[in-house]
Design a protein around this ligand. Structure first.
Ligand code: COA
Length: 345
């Protein structure tokens, strides 16, 4: 039995905000942002768009890919494909609603996935990596479930302080999705396929380094309270940077050693797109050539839980992933969390 990704999709808001656009409102420059992060632009959701809307677009694209591969077409086939889903797992830090209902339930309804259980997971930018492993568990032997939809979707533009130049330049909005299926292919030995191994980790002592302080039960808004800025994420950039380089490096090493392979066996590393310098630093420590890492941060910036599935979809749709390729995902995020998957495409 293998857990395979059989379709991918993404939902990207059309409005594109370049570094130069930002430099007109903030004391920053295209040169600073590019040289410190690798980011050139980001996409920003309009006011009417919520997390579930981007997630829905990504999910529909992923389902359409599956329908096409199965030789189907038209709306009826899409409706059937949505009904074939047994579970929806959605990673986000910016849900439609605080706590209840889950954004996964909103997507389930809009998609018409009436047979699917649905849940959100809060693992920050590691949401998709966690989500794949959770979906694999939910599809496990004896579960009676066969197909899952795993989504990472975030609208961080709504939760940053747009006057904080060290923070707001980093993020963009988007969603990415993957349809994951339990197949008859082997997951070990010759001809093995799908999700091979996942490492998940957390270091809760770093909660303060990436935090949205207001609005939860610890620090709720009070009746009549006046606020200067809407709820927003606060970050200790240097601490997150150091954590990220350390954990990305360690996780790559662990995935390779636990699977008894070398980096040469890996076709592509798809890292969380937070800062190109983090990826370069980890690559340098491990002697991994830069070309091995796929980066599209220049166009989308940090889309949080969406960044890895958006990157996977881009690679998939441009024909850059071939059957049998070994793909590694690596990520980190609020929590602090980290992790990685090894997948035979
Ligand atoms: N434009 C121009 N200057 C800026 C700026 C901007 N957008 N943001 C910060 N600066 C300035 C600072 O004010 C500081 O000026 P000073 O030396 O006069 O005080 C200088 O640039 C250096 O700031 P610093 O914070 O030390 O920059 P850095 O090289 O550490 O880069 C980050 C900052 C945020 C890009 C980097 O720490 C980072 O990427 N951290 C990880 C963040 C992350 O990935 N978060 C999401 C995790 S999922």
């Amino acid at each position: 039995m293998a857990i395979e990704i059989i379709g991918t999709g993404r939902g990207i808001p059309p409005t594109r905000l370049t570094n130069d656009d930002l430099a007109m409102k903030l004391d920053t420059s295209d040169e600073w942002i590019r040289s410190h992060t690798g980011i050139c632009a980001r996409h920003i959701a309009d006011e009417a768009t919520a997390c579930s809307d981007l997630a829905l677009e990504a999910a529909r694209q992923a389902l359409a890919m599956v329908v096409q591969q199965e030789g189907g077409s038209g709306n009826e086939a899409l409706v059937e494909a949505a009904l074939s889903l047994d579970v929806i797992v959605l990673g986000t830090a910016t849900p439609d609603y605080l706590g209840c209902p889950s954004t996964a339930c909103v997507v389930q309804d809009k998609l018409g996935a009436r047979n699917a259980a649905a849940l959100d997971i809060t693992a920050g930018c590691s949401g998709f990596i966690y989500g794949l492993e959770i979906a694999a568990g939910l599809l496990g032997i004896g579960s009676g479930r066969k197909r899952a939809l795993v989504i990472g979707s975030d609208i961080l533009s709504r939760f940053v302080d747009w006057t904080d130049r060290g923070m707001c330049i980093l993020f963009g909005d988007g969603a990415g999705a993957a349809i994951v299926e339990k197949t008859e292919n082997p997951s070990t030995g010759p001809g093995k396929r799908g999700l091979l191994r996942t490492i998940l980790g957390a270091d809760g002592s770093g909660t303060e380094h990436l935090i949205m302080r207001r609005g939860g039960s610890r620090n709720p808004y009070k009746t009549g309270e006046l606020v200067d800025i809407p709820p927003h994420i606060e970050m200790n950039g240097q601490a997150v940077y150091n954590f990220a380089v350390k954990r990305v490096t360690e996780t790559i090493e662990k995935l390779l050693s636990q699977e008894h392979i070398t980096i040469d066996d890996v076709s592509r590393i798809v890292p969380h797109q937070a800062n190109a310098r983090i990826v370069q630093a980890a690559g340098k420590r491990l002697g991994i050539p830069e070309e091995k890492f796929f980066l599209n941060i220049q166009e989308y910036a940090n889309t949080s839980a969406a960044s890895i599935p958006i990157a996977l979809d881009e690679l998939n749709r441009t024909g850059s992933l071939h059957k049998g390729d070994l793909v590694m995902t690596i990520g980190f995020g609020g929590g602090l969390t980290y992790g990685g998957n090894l997948i035979i495409w």
